[in-house]
Design a protein around this ligand. Structure first.
Ligand SMILES: *Cc1c(COP(=O)(O)O)cnc(C)c1O
Length: 418
């Protein structure tokens, strides 16, 4: 469910016509619906009612301060993967007691900052990282709360770039090595071992891989209990998919029910790290048609947003619905919606049936709220686009469009070239 809909032939975000926003802020821009985000959070959170749990939003999906603040107000914590994301979460006044820190390459200064902030848990991804966090915590005269991220060797049946829980992936610690690493962690004086974690991939559209992962972690928890290692947090990661096109991902409620069934009898708190399922369908990218052109074999619609603004189609070949902002009678044509970037991989939609569009008209790439702006870049020296949040009848600029001056920020010409 989301709050992007047509009214009298015009696309609206909640109570605001998209074209009114475009007239005010120019194009392209990302547009988010506060009501959609809140709704998604609440549905997800309610799916785990009755079992002690924390919903830690995966900041990498959508890192804007206003979005983080909105989710924090609803009770969300954060799943972070860098010192920069820690900084963002703290700036948004998210509760450090609900922050978990994942990632295979945590640097010493990032670890220090997270310890200083008093985050809930480090999800440790290698034996060496155990040693490093122990060393740093010792220097700071603290104990670091840690869990081990396990690689359960489960195929999430998703795009290979976003599958993370297979043995060949770089993430987590193999199940076979886990007991040994737990034993080692218990011997390190500055660690408090409390968690087991996994995150098997993203855009997963079946419940089975999650259930299988849970089963493997449960077995591990039982084996750890026999070694007197008491697991207090079970972190099942994120990864629940959304509908971009014709996928039929499980509803969060079904996901919750199935997992809760698997959790019966376990005495620990559950951590979940949803990203895409909360933010994906809460945002769109609005762009303007610059030109249309027909080559001898193809139709191209050239818009002012490119792969630097929304990388997913060129990176994963992923699908985003293409909706004209104003509906009118017109033929459908087979066309590619492409950006201005000098790369053939620069497209938002490829060889797809879509309404024949005219220069100057607005068009939206749907389901762009997760891994949209957060993966955007300045490639081709393009300022990153504005971000707008709608709440009911009002809209707010939550990130200004970048300027050319910002593009060269921090650059300098050395003396010998002057
Ligand atoms: C990316 C990531 C998530 C979020 O994944 P989604 O598919 O967006 O839900 C959660 N946890 C970790 C460790 C991640 O790397």
């Amino acid at each position: 469910m989301h709050h992007f809909h047509y009214q009298n032939g015009q696309l609206y975000c909640e109570g605001v016509p998209v074209k009114a926003i475009a007239a005010k802020v120019g194009t392209p821009f990302y547009l988010y619906s506060a009501a959609t985000l809140s709704h998604h959070y609440q549905v997800f959170d309610r799916a785990f009612e009755g079992f002690p749990h924390i919903v830690c939003f995966a900041v990498k999906a959508k890192a804007n301060l206003a979005i983080l603040r909105l989710l924090a107000r609803l009770g969300a914590g954060a799943d972070i993967v860098s010192g920069g994301e820690l900084y963002r979460a703290l700036q948004a006044e998210m509760d450090p007691g609900k922050i978990v820190y994942s990632g295979v390459g945590k640097r010493p200064e990032e670890i220090r900052a997270a310890l200083k902030a008093g985050i809930l848990l480090f999800n440790i991804e290698s034996s060496q990282e155990l040693g490093e966090i122990n060393r740093i915590a010792g220097r700071m005269h603290l104990k670091a709360r840690v869990g081990l991220r396990i690689n359960p060797d489960i195929d999430p049946q998703t795009h290979p770039y976003i599958s993370t829980g297979l043995k060949k992936n770089k993430f987590g610690i193999d199940l076979e090595r886990a007991l040994e690493d737990y034993r080692r962690a218990m011997e390190l004086p500055h660690l408090e071992v409390m968690g087991v974690a996994c995150h098997i991939g993203s855009q997963i559209t079946e419940v089975t891989p999650f259930v299988d992962a849970l089963e493997r972690l449960k077995e591990l928890i039982q084996r750890l209990a026999k070694m007197d290692i008491n697991i207090r947090y079970l972190d099942l990661g994120g990864g629940l998919g959304i509908q971009y096109d014709r996928e039929t991902p499980p509803h969060p409620q079904e996901y919750g029910q199935v997992l809760l069934r698997g959790l019966e009898g376990l005495d620990c708190r559950l951590i979940l790290e949803p990203g895409r399922v909360l933010a994906g369908n809460a945002g769109i990218l609005v762009t303007k048609v610059l030109y249309t052109k027909e080559s001898t074999t193809k139709n191209f619609i050239i818009v002012d947003a490119g792969m630097n603004d929304l990388a997913r189609p060129s990176l994963y070949g992923s699908y985003h619905g293409i909706w004209p902002v104003a509906i009118r009678e017109r033929p459908l044509i087979k066309a590619s919606l492409v950006g201005p970037i000098c790369e053939s991989g620069d497209f938002l939609a490829k060889d797809r049936e879509m309404p024949a569009m005219q220069p100057g008209e607005l068009v939206a790439a749907m389901s762009a709220g997760a891994y949209g702006f957060s993966m955007s870049s300045n490639y081709n020296a393009r300022p990153r686009v504005a971000e707008i949040l709608v709440q009911d009848q009002d809209f707010y600029v939550i990130r200004k469009r970048e300027t050319h001056r910002q593009l060269i920020w921090g650059e300098s010409i050395p003396e010998f070239l002057k």
